[in-house]
Design a protein around this ligand. Structure first.
Ligand SMILES: C[S@@+](CC[C@H](N)C(=O)[O-])C[C@H]1O[C@@H](n2cnc3c(N)ncnc32)[C@H](O)[C@@H]1O
Length: 375
């Protein structure tokens, strides 16, 4: 990204761009011993971007065929796998070769196959599998990315999947409207909750309110980690109804109260001294996001704390996840945008929060956490 005031470097960038766009220079760099490795690495990086969709579909095939579960208890003979996956022998070999190239599986000799280092992570990982399956809808919307950028004429698949993004009266959404996304969120929230709960201590708080808390999967994890806390959940009425059902039989049910409403129209329940926004803020355009922060500010007592946990743009080592993946995901959803920690910090300051700081997480790709206090 170009930094303001960096125009003095323009001549250097001009030279670099001129060299890299010259076929002759590329040929020379690929042959010259000192630049050969760099040239090959750059070519592979560009190919990976071009081929990324194919790699994703190989992974989707593995997930749908439950290949990782098939290998979870040890290597399997290729013929056994073909029978289990119900694929012809040559298709099985082609899938396994592709998955091996992506480190999802590994050949283990004697026509046997085991888990690869990335495939092993997928075993029993409902959260990632659910997101991979859900990409179906995202990829359908991305089939014509230019049309998407220009603004499609009708609703996108993701807009229909997230019907509160369609707008007018989210509180009027019914059980069938919210079920698909609520199930996906409940299946995948562990990725974020672990990061949040490992990053902070909640000992000093009495009552935690999870705003946009879905079916209560995040609160369930909080309940286990912090047995002293009273808990509240706020979400759209139809989602709140699902949360009540999901929580009813859990041992911590008597510690949780569930509230239904629209956080852009209705006041948030009072009484909490810590509020969480988990994967909520980036779903909303700036005016709604600031309004939501204002509602949280209004409900907190002096010294009350807000914790924001979500994947953020500009994350070191995961830049593509923020601006490329979430940038285009939220474009397809037609609401919200990935924000950097600095942008969220400025929003929090404008709302009146202070003592804003980032709490480091072990996997910033999955979630970063900002903590802020009401003065
Ligand atoms: C992306 S989901 C995140 C759910 C949960 N925090 C998680 O990470 O699994 C966003 C949540 O915000 C809720 N939400 C969206 N707009 C809302 C509104 N205007 N009022 C109340 N809840 C809303 C949705 O129903 C949904 O449960």
């Amino acid at each position: 990204m170009v930094i303001a005031g960096a125009a003095w470097r323009d001549p250097w960038w001009k030279l670099r761009d001129r060299l890299l766009s010259s076929a002759g220079f590329r040929r020379w760099a690929a042959a010259f011993p000192l630049t050969r490795r760099i040239a090959r690495r750059r070519a592979a990086a560009l190919f990976d971007i071009a081929g990324g969709f194919v790699y994703s579909q190989v992974l989707l095939a593995c997930v749908r065929l439950r290949l990782f579960e098939a290998l979870a208890h040890g290597p399997q003979a290729e013929a056994n796998l073909a029978a289990r996956l119900q694929l012809p022998a040559d298709a099985t070999r082609r899938l396994l070769a592709a998955a091996a190239a992506l480190e999802l599986v590994e050949p283990r000799g004697d026509d046997r196959w085991g888990l690869g280092s990335l495939g092993a992570v997928m075993v029993g990982n409902r959260a990632i599998a659910a997101m991979i399956e859900h990409h179906d809808a995202l990829y359908a919307d991305l089939a014509d990315p230019v049309a998407l950028l220009r603004g499609p004429s009708g609703p996108t698949r993701l807009e229909r999947f997230w019907p509160y993004a369609l707008g007018q009266q989210p509180a009027a959404l019914g059980p069938d409207d919210v079920a698909p996304y609520s199930e996906l969120m409940a299946a995948s929230v562990t990725l974020v909750t672990e990061q949040l709960l490992d990053a902070t201590r909640l000992d000093d708080h009495r009552c935690l309110l999870d705003v946009g808390g879905g079916e209560g999967a995040c609160l369930a994890a909080v309940a286990e980690r912090a047995p002293h806390l009273r808990l509240m959940l706020f979400d759209l009425p139809a989602v709140a109804q699902r949360a009540r059902g999901a929580i009813a039989a859990r041992p911590f049910a008597d510690r949780i109260t569930v509230h239904g409403g629209d956080f852009l129209r209705d006041p948030l329940p009072r009484g909490a001294d810590v509020v969480t926004l988990v994967r909520v803020l980036h779903d909303h355009d700036d005016p709604s996001a600031e309004q939501l922060l204002g509602a949280v500010f209004a409900t907190l007592p002096a010294d009350g704390r807000l914790l924001i946990a979500e994947p953020m743009a500009g994350t070191t080592g995961a830049a593509a996840m923020g601006d490329a993946y979430f940038g285009f995901y939220l474009l397809a959803m037609r609401q919200g945008r990935p924000r950097t920690a600095a942008e969220i910090t400025r929003m929090l300051q404008r709302t009146g929060f202070d003592r804003i700081r980032e709490l480091p997480t072990a996997q910033p790709l999955q979630a970063r956490v900002l903590s802020a206090r009401r003065p």
